[in-house]
Design a protein. Structure first.
Ligand SMILES: [Zn+2]
Length: 268
């Protein structure tokens, strides 16, 4: 069990890397908070995080792999966002806050980690075409090759060249929601039309293909056929554990809190 805590300097990603946290664990962490946190606008310098995760090692101490995140906290401007791992059933884990409420939502606000929101939804002067045009998506500037995640479970309905959008992916989540991801440098492994994807799965990588002035992700959310502002997306909040499961969760939460104090005590 590994405990790390850090104060965010320039980005969560860079701060976590400097603490020796592996990229996979950082991506898992970002995925947990991707429903409620916009990593560009909500996180300020000086915000802090704590994380407990499993790490499996060989007898000689060499690292085999990182396991699940057990506990995490993101403190944004003095407000704690605690998440506890909980097993709902066989091989079915989820994360809940201290009140037993799931963080999961149908779609993520930010399907990319460590990016900077560079152009919001709304009317703007197009950087290449030069005239004012509705920008029906949200742009996130990020280095070429940054992984892009499926914002929700669904079926890929497009993974091909689409003109101005360059290499783009479109996902149908349900009868109401679809999402589009454009300007990719390349598609994720196995991503093609008809393939089923899980929320958080890597579907492609940031690029600057099509009508684009620099590497970024152009992200669109389509609700009942209309493009809407992904950053203002209001989705029903996740379910809250009740009854027996809630009791089990409370016991589990206490165990995790004890473990956390032990790990913190061990540090000092
Ligand atoms: Zn755009």
């Amino acid at each position: 069990m590994i405990f790390k805590e850090g104060i965010i300097q320039n980005s969560l990603y860079n701060t976590a890397i400097s603490l020796g946290i592996k990229p996979n664990t950082i991506i898992d962490f970002a995925r947990l908070y991707g429903f409620q946190v916009d990593f560009q606008r909500d996180i300020w310098k000086g915000d802090t995080f704590q994380i407990i995760y499993e790490q499996f090692e060989n007898e000689d101490g060499s690292l085999i792999e990182n396991g699940d995140i057990i506990f995490s906290n993101l403190n944004i401007q003095g407000k704690d966002l605690n998440l506890y791992k909980f097993e709902l059933g066989k091989n079915k884990i989820d994360y809940f806050d201290e009140n037993g409420k799931s963080m999961k939502k149908t779609l993520m606000k930010t399907p990319i980690n460590g990016a900077r929101l560079s152009s919001p939804f709304g009317k703007r002067k197009h950087p290449i075409l030069g005239f004012t045009k509705m920008h029906a998506g949200t742009d996130f500037a990020a280095p070429t090759g940054t992984p892009i995640m499926a914002s929700g479970d669904g079926v890929v309905t497009r993974a091909q060249w689409c003109g101005g959008g360059g290499n783009c992916v479109k996902i149908k989540h349900n009868s109401v929601y679809q999402t589009v991801y454009a300007h990719m440098s390349k598609f994720g492994r196995g991503i093609k039309k008809g393939v089923r994807v899980k929320q958080g799965q890597i579907i492609g990588y940031v690029g600057s293909t099509g009508l684009s002035t620099g590497p970024h992700l152009h992200y669109e959310v389509i609700e009942n056929g209309r493009k809407i502002n992904s950053q203002k997306l209001k989705l029903p909040s996740g379910k809250t554990l009740k009854g027996k499961q809630r009791n089990k969760f409370e016991v589990n939460k206490i165990k995790i809190d004890v473990l956390k104090s032990e790990l913190i005590a061990g540090l000092n």
